[in-house]
Design a binder for this molecule. Structure first.
Ligand code: TYM
Length: 339
């Protein structure tokens, strides 16, 4: 088994990233250590330039994100932790896959539609071809499994389509160039919603910081954000079915359940009939309890830029060595002469 996944270094890690993806990354790292598989986790800095950005911030965020991932439990000795920009094979394979990906496939991507909005003419070409780079990210390493949140499912399906078409068009059936990767999406918490709007996902790009819990928030900030989180005036129901049509309440109960390692029904068995005045402080405390140790480690790790750069360099060296054989195969399959 080979696990590959990435995250854009466009700001702080938030609770959505943590519950939707990073916790699974850590779990799969531990599984791979036990089973003799491999896990590769990277910062998608090349993806980050598909939207307007400030170069100095991208550089700072890249290092901060390494510190945050290590603080969450990614161990650079057991996982290969790196950034795309130091492994040029990602961009190279993307170009090769651009010959296989179809305009119609990319046009259907909901993230492209959401992010470009009405201004398609003004969107960057990188934003449109973004999912092809994402396909290259996982196909380059023959990933078997890709742990992600629900919002990345469509991109992963596209990666499979690209791999399948490339194999069909350019490889023999008994020696395919690419492995078709399977997404791993957590059954609960695959989609954590904004604290201000139960129908929008929790996101780094939301202008309101009150909409998300950052992994770098201190205890007071977390308690305040939960206290101010949007809810409705009804008490909590005693069964899951009673949360239907109550997106904000369902989101908070869902977060509680995953953080406490229990089910939504078990949470409602405890809090059913109670108002948010009682539930919110309990949720806030639970979050502080889990996030405070991560925050402590993060604050310490982020100070040592030399150590962070060394982690990225060592990770990139290992990633390149794994990437080159697949890239060579892809060039060869396409009939590209390289001497
Ligand atoms: P990104 O940086 O937006 O998010 C990183 C991971 O966090 C998950 N996530 C969420 N999960 C649950 N609820 C939320 N509100 C929430 N917000 C984010 C995402 O699903 C993701 O798993 N395109 C990717 C990065 C990427 C990638 C890849 C991922 C680039 N190449 C190859 C996997 C494989 C992205 O922008 O994720």
């Amino acid at each position: 088994m080979r696990i590959v996944s990435g995250i854009q270094p466009t700001g702080n890690l938030h609770l959505g990233n943590y519950l939707g993806a990073i916790r699974n990354w850590v779990k799969m790292q531990d599984d791979m250590t036990a089973q003799g598989g491999q896990s590769l986790y990277f910062l998608a800095d090349l993806h980050a330039i598909s939207m307007p950005h400030v170069p100095a911030e991208l550089a700072a965020n890249t290092r901060e994100m390494v510190a945050a991932l290590v603080a969450c439990g990614i161990d650079p000795e057991r996982s290969i932790l790196f950034n795309q920009a130091q492994v040029p094979q990602h961009a190279e394979l993307q170009w090769l896959l651009n010959g296989t990906a179809r305009m119609g496939w990319l046009n259907r991507m909901t993230q492209w539609k959401d992010k470009a909005g009405k201004n398609r003419e003004g969107a960057s070409v990188a934003l449109f071809t973004y999912p092809v780079l994402q396909a290259a990210d996982v196909l380059l390493y023959q990933a078997t499994h890709v742990p992600v949140g629900e919002d990345q499912k469509q991109h992963l399906e596209l990666a499979r389509d690209i791999a399948q078409k490339f194999n069909n068009d350019f490889a023999s059936e008994d020696s395919p160039v690419f492995t078709l990767p399977d997404p791993i999406i957590p059954p609960e918490a695959a989609r954590i919603m904004s604290l201000r709007n139960g129908s929008a996902k929790m996101s780094k790009s939301d202008p309101s910081d009150m909409s998300r819990i950052n992994l770098t928030d201190d205890a007071d900030t977390i308690m305040q954000k939960i206290k101010k989180a949007k809810t409705d005036p009804e008490p909590l129901p005693s069964e899951k079915a009673g949360l239907e049509g109550r997106a904000e309440a369902a989101n908070l109960v869902g977060i509680y359940a995953v953080m406490a390692g229990t089910t939504v029904d078990a949470v409602l068995a405890d809090f059913g009939g109670e108002g948010f005045g009682k539930f919110k402080p309990a949720l806030g405390e639970l979050l502080v309890e889990t996030l405070a140790p991560i925050n402590d480690r993060f604050v310490h790790l982020r100070e040592d830029r030399t150590a962070l750069d060394a982690i990225l360099k060592a990770g990139a060296d290992k990633a390149r060595a794994l990437a080159i054989p697949t890239l060579d195969k892809a060039y060869q399959a396409l009939g590209l002469v390289r001497g």
